[in-house]
Design a protein around this ligand. Structure first.
Ligand SMILES: Cc1ncc(COP(=O)(O)O)c(C=O)c1O
Length: 382
């Protein structure tokens, strides 16, 4: 007899992302569902990885990550956010941003702890909280601008609140935190034992001349935070699954205890390559303008349809309401347009545990202009 597993995630099934990508492939649809670029990454960075491999950087690097890369990250953070980090004690290289988030949650949470998270939320957050035996306390971002109502946050704080999770720019909505949000957060966590997890994987994808409100700018918040990043999002190589976490020395020491018995150390040649490439400021400073052009191009083409755009100030994504097109629920609508019109998107209800349906779908615009143009041409028929 095969022993039965008592599931740690009994509510988790096949996600809509898998469903929509499979549907897109089956119907030869343009996949604006999943968030990945369909254009080549930087060739110079590829050459640097190649060079690192040929120079035989092919064995384990230290558990914390290749030191020159951690030093380059510290220099970058000092330049961008005027924050001074110790690469020995405050930065750990991880296999992607999702892993950094999971590890931070596993480090900080005990069974029964409450974690405040905002919905719509990136799909790993809630399972990552629950697998640690903790309780997600969910707050809807205000529709339609997807801002945080801090009074709702105050109401949800309890003696069990262990952490607040933030994501700016936000996936799926493209909303970003303002200085006002940071001040509200500050007033809430001051004199508390609450940790912060800040998912900043889209730090270089903030548009409209808005400054990214990184937690790294604020030493009082930083000391209680795990701040998570992804090289995949910065260098158009989501398949690399390489990122890092930044925290205060005390928290990072605990983070590393969990990390060292899970992944231990990440892909060496990529770290060697990135340690050099990160010094090229233009490689990350140019990203926002490049991607904003794509957002604007796609939104401009969709003006000729009955989709209603919602504001996106960042990320790979823009959400659109379709209530002038159909009364269907967002899942049925997304499946139908994939099958009948050949463009896949993601229904935003998939980012809510309770499936809140505001008749909104998410399109990913980090695609070649010809991909966006063809998708828009197909959607024009709706
Ligand atoms: C909000 C958010 N956080 C984290 C990640 C994951 O980053 P990585 O691919 O480096 O694990 C993503 C990827 O889609 C994301 O959208």
């Amino acid at each position: 007899m095969i022993p039965a597993i008592k599931s740690k995630l009994p509510d988790v099934g096949t996600t809509i992302f898998t469903v929509m990508s499979a549907l897109a492939a089956k119907h030869d649809a343009i996949n604006l569902g999943q968030g990945f670029p369909d254009f080549p990454m930087n060739q110079e960075l590829i050459a640097l990885v190649d060079e690192a491999m040929k120079k035989d950087f092919n064995q384990y690097v230290p558990m914390q990550g290749y030191l020159p890369l951690r030093e380059s990250i510290a220099q970058k953070v000092s330049f961008l956010y005027n924050s001074s980090l110790n690469p020995d004690t405050q930065i750990t290289i991880t296999p992607g941003g999702t892993y950094a988030i999971y590890t931070a949650l596993t480090t900080a949470l005990q069974p029964g702890d409450e974690v405040i998270a905002f919905e719509p939320a990136y799909d790993s957050y809630i399972p990552n909280i629950e697998v640690n035996g903790a309780i997600p306390v969910l707050i809807n971002l205000d529709f339609p601008d997807y801002k945080i109502d801090w009074d709702k946050v105050r109401q949800k704080i309890s003696p069990k609140t262990k952490m607040i999770m933030l994501n700016s720019p936000n996936n799926p909505t493209g909303s970003v935190l303002s200085e006002h949000d940071i001040n509200e957060l500050r007033s809430i966590v001051k004199d508390s034992n609450i940790f912060i997890l800040s998912d900043e994987v889209y730090e270089h994808l903030v548009f409209d001349n808005i400054a990214h409100q990184s937690i790294l700018r604020y030493p009082d918040l930083m000391e209680r935070s795990f701040v998570c990043f992804s090289f995949g999002k910065v260098y158009n190589c989501t398949g690399w699954k390489l990122g890092y976490c930044i925290s205060s020395p005390a928290l990072m020491a605990e983070f590393r205890k969990v990390h060292q018995f899970n992944c231990f150390s990440c892909h060496s040649p990529s770290q060697v390559a990135l340690s050099a490439f990160l010094k090229n400021k233009d490689s990350y400073l140019s990203l926002a303008a490049f991607m904003q052009k794509k957002r604007d191009y796609f939104a401009d083409r969709l003006k000729q349809t009955r989709f209603t755009p919602l504001v996106s100030h960042g990320s790979y994504f823009q959400c659109f309401k379709y209530d002038r097109i159909s009364y269907e629920n967002d899942k049925d609508f997304s499946i139908r347009i994939t099958k009948e019109y050949g463009v896949a998107c993601i229904p935003v209800s998939a980012f809510y545990k309770s499936g809140t349906d505001n008749k909104v779908v998410r399109f990913c615009f980090c695609k070649k202009e010809e991909t966006l143009e063809e998708a828009a041409n197909r959607l024009l028929k709706l």
